[in-house]
Design a protein around this ligand. Structure first.
Ligand code: HDD
Length: 755
């Protein structure tokens, strides 16, 4: 059906027909290109029509080229060609000496095609290999202008961005919803050059000094002998390391908490982690920490759900992000800063700002919003954009400078270095996704994969042969000038400052800030992870770490492991909780939430139509589940089922609604048509529906039933009067209550003992 393929086939047939030139061509010249065929963009049921997906934008909102033209050039013209632009008439058969004869070595098309294929894969990222990206725009509020001269943070400036979210430990093909930290890296294509904010969804890090990065990563990666487990921290080497290296305690506690299993990339915070130094137009400096706050709130999966997802839909987060953007439910984050005076000791309220295992509670230093990011376009090509994007903490713009955080210092080396292996040479900034939108006039030359054709004869400074060009700029012309901070004099030492040695006060603050249900999740996570370790010594040592955080945490995990709980070896820190760390207790927008509506031929299809329309109206996504695929019902109320009992699983839905009597199970009489035998007692619902309801209930999801749908609840052991279970007389009224429940993310009352 593809018109371009049809056109190509026509030319192929003409050539094979033996004429020396196509009928519409001039002998000796290639046939003219057929007119460009616009491919229709069809909306995908049940999502609303997608926005323009016609390809990468060639011009940014500021009018500068995005570099995307180049990407299109690789696909210009409508005829299939080889890499040199010569048209091909057949790409399905090798050149042979007769149809059954040997393949000829002279088949240059075969050799080129296989050679390129053999080299299609590049090394995956050594960490953060698995990820998903999206384009968007950052709108500055201008509120940061007092503390930074960065042009993109001036009032009303819009800057194109590309964001890549990732897991850390797993390989490129690993599952999305593993327990792990998530990367949150943003590339701002500013008019003063590229600024990368390479952060995570957790505000602290495992190590205080970059020299420990290979250690923590080797410990977290699969065991080197058998290369298992994939994308997991629940194994001996990880817990061996973090129990010995107690500065990892805070980060470990964070990702044993709910932030280790986010519901969606759209519902994660992002943190720059380190303290950065901002410089304003007068040269005054301010220390800051960067925060991304999702408009949808910070929400997580529950562990049982996360594990089911990894089997059922390993691409869950990737799909969720792309589907939401395609449906027009653009995710948004506010960028904010915590600001601290740039004092010589670089501490705030006794907290060492150079120690990346510390947070500064928001109650002590509120996060001040400085702009809004909206992700509104999916990548056109995963490899060219998401895989080839290269972030670097040293991609800075005037007004944003680094501090002496020793973790940041090592990163300033590592990110450039890794691209040489991963992207095959030093010219990765020329790849379309990495190209700055500001004019580039560097004196970097040659190297692997050089695509620029430089002019002039004097790529050196100073020169007279190229007229002295290009010229260096001063501060008034937007040059990047390092802040002339005073460096403390000292001896050369391999040591950490004394202030880096408290590894338990901040973890204790985190624990005390959690709600009861979040604490249950943390206890469950430690019990699971340590229960997967073979070495008892590692479990015992970790219990000692937990004893130094909190006795209840330690004793509950010890109970689960069947081990005695040790006494703390340090005095328990006297710290105030930080309520901002808890994810439970608020209400948030429901945009992009997925509602599964279960029905069958006997269901209230009119009601389902009304619910479906109202769900779409509310910016959410309805998925109709019926016994089989295809159409449910007949006449005006007929509906298309997006999922059948074979393809549906609870994990896809944030809430489940039952519209009418449940379809009978496969063993029930007359079950094939979804109806019970005439006159027979109501048949037991399909066991897959029962399972779906049980999972949704166990995972704290809203469940609603009307028009007889409630009959399935009893079979699933779901009490009709349980919290978050709605039984009502019409679909729209059921949806109203489901919306209210969804605003709190989950029915928290259901989690009395973990989940
Ligand atoms: Fe890193 C990738 C975030 C410490 C070395 N890191 C990488 C990515 C993120 C982070 C989000 C993926 C970027 C992408 O999507 O392409 N890394 C962090 C944070 C850290 C951190 C928030 C601590 C605050 N990283 C860190 C250290 C080192 C590295 C201490 C080395 C000394 N990180 C790398 C790397 C990666 C990387 C090896 C792998 C692929 C890449 O850089 O481009 O260079």
């Amino acid at each position: 059906a593809n018109p371009v393929r049809r056109a190509a086939k026509k030319v192929t047939e003409t050539l094979q027909g033996g004429t020396s030139a196509p009928a519409d061509g001039i002998p000796g010249r290639p046939a003219p290109e057929p007119p460009t065929v616009e491919r229709p963009v069809e909306p995908r049921e049940p999502l609303p029509p997608k926005p323009d997906q016609s390809g990468p934008a060639t011009v940014s909102p500021t009018g500068s080229p995005t570099g995307a033209d180049q990407a299109r050039m690789a696909q210009s013209g409508s005829h299939l060609t080889n890499a040199q632009g010569t048209r091909l008439y057949d790409t399905d058969h090798s050149l042979k000496a007769g149809p059954r004869g040997p393949v000829l070595l002279q088949d240059h098309h075969l050799r080129e095609k296989i050679m390129h294929f053999d080299h299609e894969r590049i090394p995956e990222r050594v960490v953060h290999a698995r990820g998903a990206g999206a384009h968007g725009v950052f709108q500055s509020y201008g509120t940061a202008s007092a503390v930074t001269k960065a042009g993109f943070l001036a009032p009303d400036v819009e800057t194109p961005v590309f964001v890549r979210f990732s897991t850390v430990v797993g390989s490129r093909g690993s599952a999305d919803t593993v327990r792990d930290t998530r990367g949150f890296a943003t590339k701002f294509y500013t008019s003063e050059g590229v600024f990368d904010l390479v952060g995570n969804n957790i505000p602290v890090f495992f190590i205080q000094d970059a020299i420990k990065f290979p250690d923590v990563v080797h410990a977290a990666k699969p065991h080197p002998d058998r290369e298992i487990p994939q994308a997991q921290s629940a194994h001996d080497t990880f817990w061996d390391f973090v129990s010995l290296h107690t500065e990892a305690t805070h980060h470990t506690l964070f990702f044993m908490g709910d932030r280790g299993i986010p519901r969606s990339y759209r519902m994660m915070e992002g943190f720059g982690v380190h303290t950065f130094r901002l410089v304003n137009a007068e040269g005054r400096t301010t220390l800051v920490k960067f925060h991304w706050k999702p408009k949808l709130g910070v929400h997580s999966l529950v562990w049982d759900e996360a594990q089911l997802i990894n089997g059922n839909d390993p691409d869950f987060h990737r799909r969720d992000l792309a589907d939401a953007i395609e449906a027009g439910a653009y995710p948004q984050w506010e960028l904010g800063i915590q600001t601290f005076p740039d004092t010589p000791d670089q501490t705030f309220e006794g907290i060492d700002l150079l120690d990346p295992t510390n947070i500064v509670p928001e109650e002590l230093a509120p996060v001040q919003p400085i702009g809004l990011m909206t992700l509104n376009r999916n990548p056109s090509n995963f490899f060219a954009e998401t895989e080839q994007v290269a972030f670097h903490v040293g991609h800075l713009v005037p007004g944003i400078d680094v501090t002496d955080d020793p973790l940041l210092a090592g990163r300033l080396f590592s990110y450039l270095d890794t691209q040489i292996t991963r992207l095959g040479g030093p010219n990765f900034p020329q790849l379309p996704i990495n190209r700055p939108h500001a004019p580039v006039n560097d004196m970097l030359r040659d190297g692997m994969h050089q695509t620029a054709v430089h002019r002039g004869v004097a790529p050196y400074q100073p020169n007279s042969l190229d007229g002295g060009c290009p010229f260096t700029a001063g501060a008034d012309m937007g040059a990047y000038i390092e802040t002339p901070v005073t460096v403390p004099e000292g001896r050369k030492v391999r040591e950490a400052p004394e202030s880096f040695s408290d590894h338990f006060s901040q973890p204790r603050r985190f624990w005390l800030s959690m709600s009861p249900v979040e604490r249950e999740h943390i206890i469950g996570a430690y019990t699971f992870e340590l229960g997967k370790c073979y070495e008892e010594a590692i479990r015992v040592r970790t219990l000692q770490v937990l004893a130094n955080i909190d006795p209840e945490l330690c004793s509950r995990v010890a109970d689960g492991l069947g081990l005695p709980a040790p006494e703390p070896t340090v005095p328990l820190a006297d710290v105030e909780p930080s309520p901002a760390l808890s994810q439970v207790g608020g209400t948030w927008p429901v945009d992009g939430r997925v509602i599964g509506v279960l029905t069958g031929p006997d269901g209230d299809l009119e009601g389902v139509h009304a619910v479906r329309d109202a769900v779409l109206e509310a910016g959410m996504i309805p998925l109709v589940v019926a016994p089989t695929g295809g159409t449910v019902g007949t006449g005006d109320h007929a509906l298309t089922a997006q999922r059948s009992h074979v393809t549906a699983r609870s994990i896809e839905f944030d809430a489940v609604m039952l519209a009418g009597p449940p379809a009978a199970g496969p063993d029930a009489p007359g079950a094939t048509d979804g109806k019970g035998a005439p006159g027979a007692a109501p048949a037991a619902p399909d066991p897959r529906v029962v399972q779906l309801l049980q999972e949704a209930f166990r995972h704290g999801k809203a469940i609603a039933a009307w028009a007889g749908g409630e009959a399935a609840l009893a079979s699933a052991g779901v009490p009709a009067d349980a919290p978050g279970v709605v039984v009502t007389d019409s679909g729209p009224s059921a949806l109203d209550q489901v919306r209210t429940l969804l605003a709190s993310h989950r029915v928290w009352e259901r989690f009395t003992s973990g989940g």
